[in-house]
Design a protein around this ligand. Structure first.
Ligand SMILES: Cc1cc2nc3c(=O)[nH]c(=O)nc-3n(C[C@H](O)[C@H](O)[C@H](O)COP(=O)(O)OP(=O)(O)OC[C@H]3O[C@@H](n4cnc5c(N)ncnc54)[C@H](O)[C@@H]3O)c2cc1C
Length: 484
């Protein structure tokens, strides 16, 4: 990218938006606005990321695209602007910073290995031209090594981490960052081009908006207004995918259209169980970020190295059936179809479907992790990896390997009236509730009466859970006995 104008050097700075698409309570933007008299803002549709996406119709790209447009409108209303680029960020940012004549570039820090490598490359390129790069904390309350055990090591067990988190928390940590908007600078002439279209970025529209997923800060606010009256019920309702029990804010946390500090303040202000239990979930999020930051090898390997040798069966046929929601286990299939159709999956079902893939089908957790990474609107390396390693029993503080979810009893527990299964597996719509989670147990005649003959209208179970369980126990037991 070439810029024709080289701006006069001032104490101006550039703020680079990434996974923090908001202009309220944004730590990095606040730091830049406080330290410089003029602050330009930029967002890069980074080809290094976009080219790696599996599908050209990707709800995340569309969510970002809308959110960037909304952010730009908000910055303009405050007297500033947003330069929007499309290219490799490693190159675009140093070139733009040079063209603008800024002395520094600010961003909010990231913890993913690829993002860290990109930031290092940008910092080096800026430094070679006499500019500095500042990337501080924004997306978590405690980061990296801020919370350590008495022995000075990062926590690897959640409960003591949570206790330390609660103890170390002081109100200033959740206070909103002040925003001195007077320093916001509009995009200079020639750089205030219209937002590139989704098509020009190489993508096609998805069903994002028709699903009712509202992007941007306004979308997050709308969800919060819907959730806050339900927060006191969260502890009870969160386990039932058929009910509106959770916040659905994960995609907004992922792209920073809502501030984590704001959510923690709201959780703390709720005196009953709901607020406490929800806060716990937000702490899990911090915990997995810290695990990824302190043990980056988890991105590709088992946290517990003794489990890196697990010999999985890795049947491509089984894997495909799981992806398509055709395993013959209704609750698993409903979860996978929810993911495929909406890009969201309820937490309980992420646990069940992940456990089923690894422990019932004997497929490597990394295959499933990758599939979720391609499909989840809220895909986040730290949380996704943490969740998969928890289910596969390879992670820190994970589900013990000998504990396996039974997809039938779990289905009956989390979807007792079958409302959720019927929504996503319409083949089973007329199966009586008592048989819904194990429809193969119905007589042939009863199956025909319900309009769902197993093997014709809906698959027979891919594996027998009891047999799969024994096989898995042997698989893990073998590794457990090996000296590491
Ligand atoms: C196998 C597996 C994969 C997962 N992959 C992701 C992922 O890629 N991205 C993601 O954000 N979450 C992931 N989770 C965690 C969790 O399922 C989602 O955060 C949650 O379902 C999002 O819905 P919600 O916003 O309504 O959550 P709520 O129940 O309202 O919780 C509020 C917020 O807390 C955080 N949170 C909740 N549970 C967890 C958790 N177990 N770990 C970390 N953070 C949590 C999320 O940011 C969430 O938005 C995964 C869990 C599992 C078991």
């Amino acid at each position: 990218m070439t810029y024709h104008v080289r701006m006069q050097a001032t104490d101006a700075a550039l703020f680079w938006f990434r996974r923090d698409l908001r202009d309220e309570d944004n730590a990095g933007l606040s730091r830049a606005l406080s330290a410089h008299s003029r602050v330009f803002c930029v967002f890069v549709f980074d080809t290094a990321i976009l080219e790696g996406l599996a599908e050209r119709a990707d709800r995340r790209v569309e969510f970002i695209w809308h959110s960037v447009g909304m952010l730009r409108a908000s910055l303009e209303a405050r007297g500033g602007g947003l330069i929007v680029l499309h290219g490799p960020a490693r190159q675009c940012i140093p070139e733009l910073a040079h063209a603008l004549g800024v002395v520094a570039v600010y961003a909010n820090g990231d913890y993913e290995p690829a993002a860290l490598a990109r930031d290092q490359a940008v910092a080096d390129a800026l430094s070679a031209r006499g500019m500095t790069f500042h990337a501080g904390k924004d997306q978590v309350i405690f980061e990296k090594r801020e919370l350590l055990t008495g022995a000075g090591r990062p926590y690897t067990v959640f409960t003591p981490y949570r206790n330390a988190w609660r103890q170390a928390l002081v109100p200033e940590m959740t206070a909103p960052w002040p925003m001195h908007f007077a320093a916001l600078a509009p995009a200079p002439p020639g750089m205030e081009r219209p937002l590139p279209t989704l098509e020009s970025l190489g993508f096609t529209p998805t069903n994002l908006l028709s699903l009712g997923i509202c992007p941007g800060m306004a979308g997050a606010q709308q969800l919060l207004e819907d959730f806050l009256p339900r927060l006191s019920q969260y502890a009870l309702a969160r386990d039932y995918p058929g009910r509106r029990g959770v916040s659905y804010l994960s995609v907004h946390l992922r792209f920073g259209t809502v501030s984590i500090r704001h959510l923690v303040r709201l959780a703390l202000s709720q005196p009953d169980d709901g607020g406490q239990v929800w806060l716990n979930e937000l702490v899990w999020r911090d915990f997995y970020f810290a695990i990824l930051a302190n043990f980056p090898y988890v991105a590709t390997q088992a946290f517990r190295r003794e489990y890196s040798r697990l010999a999985f069966d890795n049947s491509p046929t089984h894997f495909r059936a799981w992806q398509q929601g055709l395993t013959g286990y209704p609750i698993v299939d409903a979860g996978m179809r929810q993911l495929n159709q909406t890009g969201y999956m309820h937490n309980r079902l992420r646990m069940l479907t992940a456990s089923f893939l690894v422990k019932d089908l004997g497929v490597d957790w990394r295959w499933g992790e990758r599939y979720f990474a391609d499909r989840l609107n809220d895909f986040d390396l730290a949380a996704n990896n943490g969740g998969w390693q928890w289910c596969a029993s390879t992670g820190c503080d994970a589900q013990p390997w000998f504990r396996m979810f039974n997809p039938v009893t779990q289905g009956r527990r989390v979807d007792p009236d079958g409302q959720f299964v019927r929504r996503y597996v319409p083949e089973l719509a007329h199966v009586p509730t008592a048989a819904l989670h194990a429809p193969w147990e119905l007589s042939h005649q009863a199956q025909a009466a319900a309009g769902c003959v197993i093997g014709r209208d809906y698959p027979a179970p891919l594996v027998d859970h009891a047999q799969a369980r024994s096989k898995t126990l042997r698989r893990y037991q073998r590794e457990d006995r090996q000296p590491s």
